[in-house]
Design a protein around this ligand. Structure first.
Ligand SMILES: [Zn+2]
Length: 406
């Protein structure tokens, strides 16, 4: 893994590798576009002649294109501006969840090209791979005439080894040490990248940040069927020795708590997942193996939020309890890694106005200093597709000088 801090462009000197200079140039064009050659030279802190050679290479390879800004009326020759050429290349993003699997095609900047499609997740790996391959082939066939697929990014709710593409442990899917990457890549004849959903969300957030503020230290918490967490420290995704670093979802809030998907009891996930919130509302003991009632089986977290908004006090109380547990777990993240900013994704964000005070109160109770308790929290709505954007970033981001380049 290579770490490149996009704030430190001084590294773009003659002795640095050509590849790093290319990545820096692409990153600067991506984040500042439209940008003139002169501006690019200034941003890179290097001579115009050097930049011209680099730009000509990128133009020849079709990675960037030149165009006007469309604002006429200036004196003299109209300057041309550089843009990332995202027109003829795209990536396919896949979000595998315990219940459903989602797919989306995006351009190289992460902009969606077509709507999201989904199908019920079959937890038998071979069946899931076959279902995925079929959907991916159909997206590729639809785009064949206009664009080339650069690869497929897959995010999964579990710990992964990004080098081998193996899923080490995905509790909600019941997978241990399975190879998702190679059979899928063989079936679709495209490069495949596999990553933990929380980490991919964190990567996408870093990648999407244009102001470069807080880029170095952040945490992304994705609350859904389970809880995925991605931690970025000093601009790098935290992985640890065994690829399980940052798994705060399985840090216990109480050792006597409810049973978790991982088999342990009292994990944070067992208190804040959508199922945990619904169980609380329906008064169902999550430790009992009894099947859910028919009503609960079809009831969603969105239904619960709408009931809370329509005056159902029990629904509001269930959500606010989740808010409190969410805050307690966030305090653990703050006390452990002290990020500059916390991002929260997942369906629960639609109820943020209802639970924010519960989250903040729990944070104030547990964060070790007042300042830390006031760590900025930003929600990322379901409509922004953070997990799919994360999956797209796995393919698209390595071409740029991102803090994590796999
Ligand atoms: Zn657990």
């Amino acid at each position: 893994m290579r770490k490149i801090d996009p704030k430190r462009f001084k590294i773009a000197k003659r002795h640095t590798s050509r590849e790093i200079n290319r990545q820096i140039a692409l990153t600067l064009i991506r984040t500042h576009q439209p940008v003139s050659r002169a501006d690019l030279a200034r941003l890179m802190g290097t001579r115009r002649g050097v930049v011209s050679i680099l730009v000509n290479e990128l133009l020849a390879e079709g990675l960037i294109f030149e165009g006007a800004t469309g604002e006429g009326g200036g004196r003299g020759r109209k300057p041309t501006f550089l843009y990332i050429d995202s027109r003829e290349r795209y990536v396919i993003a896949v979000d595998v969840r315990a219940t459903r699997t989602y797919l989306m095609a995006t351009d190289l900047l992460g902009k969606p090209l077509v709507g999201v499609t989904s199908f019920a997740t079959n937890r038998t790996l071979a069946v899931l791979i076959s279902n995925l391959a079929q959907k991916i082939r159909s997206i590729v066939a639809d785009h064949q005439a206009v664009a080339t697929c650069q690869g497929v990014g897959v995010v999964v709710p579990g710990m992964t080894d990004p080098k081998s593409g193996r899923v080490l442990h995905a509790p909600t899917l019941g997978w241990r040490n399975v190879n998702l990457k190679d059979p899928l890549a063989a079936a679709i004849e495209l490069p495949v990248h596999v990553e933990n959903s929380g980490r991919a969300c964190a990567l996408a957030q870093v990648w999407a940040t244009r102001d470069h503020a807080h880029i170095g230290d952040l945490a992304f918490v994705s609350v859904s069927d389970g809880v995925g967490v991605g931690i970025v420290v000093n601009g790098e995704i935290l992985r640890g020795q065994h690829n399980i670093a940052g798994e705060f979802g399985h840090v216990p809030l109480s050792i006597d708590g409810p049973r978790c998907s991982c088999g342990a009891t009292g994990c944070w996930e067992a208190y804040v997942s959508n199922l945990a919130t619904l169980s609380r509302y329906f008064g169902r003991n999550p430790n009992e193996q009894k099947p859910m009632s028919a009503e609960m089986a079809t009831f969603t977290i969105e239904d619960l939020i709408s009931r809370a908004r329509n005056g159902d006090g029990k629904a509001l109380a269930a959500l606010q309890s989740t808010g409190r547990y969410l805050g307690l777990g966030l305090a653990s993240i703050i006390n452990a890694v002290d990020p500059g900013r916390l991002y929260i994704g997942g369906e629960i964000t639609a109820a943020w106005d209802l639970i924010e005070s519960s989250v903040k109160a729990a944070l104030a109770e547990r964060a070790l200093t007042d300042l830390a308790a006031r760590t900025e929290i930003r929600t990322v709505s379901v409509e922004e597709h953070p997990r799919l954007r994360g999956a797209a970033a796995l393919v698209a981001a390595p071409a740029f000088a991102a803090p994590m380049v796999a």
